[in-house]
Design a protein around this ligand. Structure first.
Ligand code: ATP
Ligand code: MG
Length: 227
């Protein structure tokens, strides 16, 4: 589903954030990427998530070569394929939990009645249907991250891309967040989890380390057989 071949990213200031990175990820896989601060994790996430383009190399997702698309083509592909979860939650402070989860569905042009059904089903999935009308400021950090997870899955994208989702959470909320991501992977979502905490790579089918823009596989577990 995801095929990254010899991808490099050189920022305009000359920083080589990724150096000839290759990585293929199959449907339903759980891949974890660890690395120190500045190793290129977010740069790789932005490329996988079609938010940015590689300087060199080929990135193919669902059979589409991303570097051949313009900005709006990348946005469409992103909306269809990927749900994002960020360290800082990235919720809109002035919008309720409901409205935050609904926003990507509005962008996708989904009719109002269907949006309502999907928003509630996503909020129920993360155990927060009762908090639908709360603003982010009226929720705990762990609850805000669960709203962000609901937003990521509301449009039912095949891939969940999480960049340090536990970075702003205490250990208990962090563990709950990771367990929820594991459950979503078990339900069929491909999961890419970026973290600097090796503990959170537990359960991943494959673990990679990024070091100064170089990607190296450090462990591999058998992929669950389906059926
Ligand atoms: N927009 C940018 N312009 C120039 N250089 C950048 C840009 N974004 C990142 N970099 C540089 O690229 C390198 C990789 O940054 P990146 O944000 O991918 O690291 P990271 O692994 O996500 O770090 P952290 O764990 O701190 O989030 C760093 O040296 C950083 O300074
Ligand atoms: Mg980062």
């Amino acid at each position: 589903m995801i095929k990254i071949q010899s991808v490099s990213k050189i920022y305009p200031n000359g920083v080589r954030a990724l150096d000839a990175v290759s990585l293929s990820i199959s449907d339903g896989e759980f891949v974890s990427i660890i690395g120190k601060s500045g190793s290129g994790k977010s740069t790789l996430m932005n490329i996988i998530g079609c938010l940015d383009k590689p300087t060199n190399g080929d990135y193919e997702i669902d059979g589409v070569h991303v570097q051949e698309l313009n900005v709006s083509g990348r946005a469409k592909l992103r909306n269809r394929m990927i749900g994002f979860i960020f360290q800082g939650f990235n919720l809109s402070a002035k919008m309720t939990a409901y409205e935050n989860v609904e926003l990507p569905l509005v962008f996708r042009g989904i009719p109002a009645a269907q949006r309502r059904e999907r928003v509630y089903s996503a909020l129920e999935r993360v155990g927060l249907a009762a908090r639908a009308q709360h603003l982010p400021g009226q929720l705990s950090g762990g609850q805000q991250q669960r709203v962000a997870i609901a937003r990521a899955i509301a449009a039912r994208p095949p891939i969940i891309l999480a960049d340090e989702p536990t970075g702003s959470l205490d250990k208990a909320s962090g563990n709950a967040c990771i367990e929820l991501l594991h459950a979503l992977n078990n339900e069929g979502h491909t999961l890419i989890l970026i973290t600097h905490d090796f503990d959170y790579t537990y359960g991943a089918h494959r673990v990679f380390r990024l070091d100064d823009g170089h990607l190296e596989e450090i462990s591999r577990l058998p992929i669950r057989q389906s059926g």
